[in-house]
Design a protein around this ligand. Structure first.
Ligand code: AMP
Length: 249
């Protein structure tokens, strides 16, 4: 079966993001970019299913600027077979991404579509759900276990207070949670091999999608600065401050 994996280029999770002086967004100039961590988990899961002989081909897709090719090459170094870059210099929001992914599903006919549960830049947690709705596919979100058996996908989901296991008919959309797997590192020979794997470049218009934003960001504020702490000398002093200054006990 064919698996489609959607990956997003985001600010590397190790970078301390800074809000632009004019508060229109976060500073992206000269900032290290990387694959969204939940998307790495999505790629890893597809690769493991391929290693088990369940998946036969992994197509990885990203919607973003020319530089997002780097994340496709990373996914191919990890084991994806080919990539599709839907190129656009503009910010594309979840509904338009989901429409583009739906167009790709119509062409590629994957049985399994794996996305991250959320992108760590916008924290939207919307794309997978919107894609499943647009395509009329079953969805298993926040997956911590995925099993494919008898033409169905069994997905164990992390929900409040426990784990829920659902069975999905294929084709299905799965979104990954943190505990699904631990992504591997790409080896140098695989990084070299990935440079030769096929990469198609498309545009949103190729899928009949108008990628213009429908939501406008009014402003972005950094979190309030934390006040400096103090050191207390004794437990009595601590209790006194908690009682009389902070008034929390
Ligand atoms: P979000 O709904 O923005 O939190 O993103 C959830 C997931 O949707 C991500 O982990 C990706 O798998 C996928 N996704 C979001 N944006 C893009 C994009 N620009 N290109 C490809 N996949 C994306």
């Amino acid at each position: 079966m064919k698996a489609l994996v959607a990956v997003k280029r985001v600010v590397d999770y190790n970078v301390k993001v800074r809000v632009k002086a004019d508060k229109t967004g976060v500073e992206l100039a000269n900032v290290k970019m990387a694959m969204n961590p939940f998307c790495e988990i999505a790629v890893e899961e597809a690769v493991r299913l391929k290693e088990k002989g369940i998946v036969t081909e992994i197509v990885v897709v990203t919607v973003g600027p020319t530089a997002a090719q780097e994340q496709l090459r990373t996914a191919m170094a990890l084991g994806a077979d080919r990539g599709i870059l839907v190129e656009t210099a503009e910010e594309v929001q979840p509904l338009a991404i989901a429409k583009i992914l739906k167009g790709i599903c119509d062409q590629e006919q994957p049985q399994l579509i794996i996305l991250g549960k959320q992108a760590i830049d916008g924290d939207n947690n919307q794309t997978g759900q919107m894609l499943a709705a647009l395509a009329g596919y079953a969805q298993g979100t926040f997956a911590s276990v995925v099993k494919i058996e008898g033409g169905k996908a069994q997905v164990t989901r992390e929900i409040d207070g426990g784990l829920q296991t659902v069975e999905l008919s294929l084709p299905a959309v799965v979104t990954t949670d943190l505990r699904l797997n631990e992504p591997r590192y790409a080896s140098l020979p695989n990084i070299m091999k990935a440079k030769k794997k096929p990469l198609d470049t498309k545009s949103p218009a190729d899928y009949g999608v108008n990628a213009a934003p429908t939501v406008k960001t009014l402003k972005v504020d950094p979190p309030a600065d934390r006040k400096a702490g103090i050191k207390v000398k004794t437990v009595e002093e601590l209790v006194d401050k908690l009682k009389n200054e902070a008034k929390v006990i």
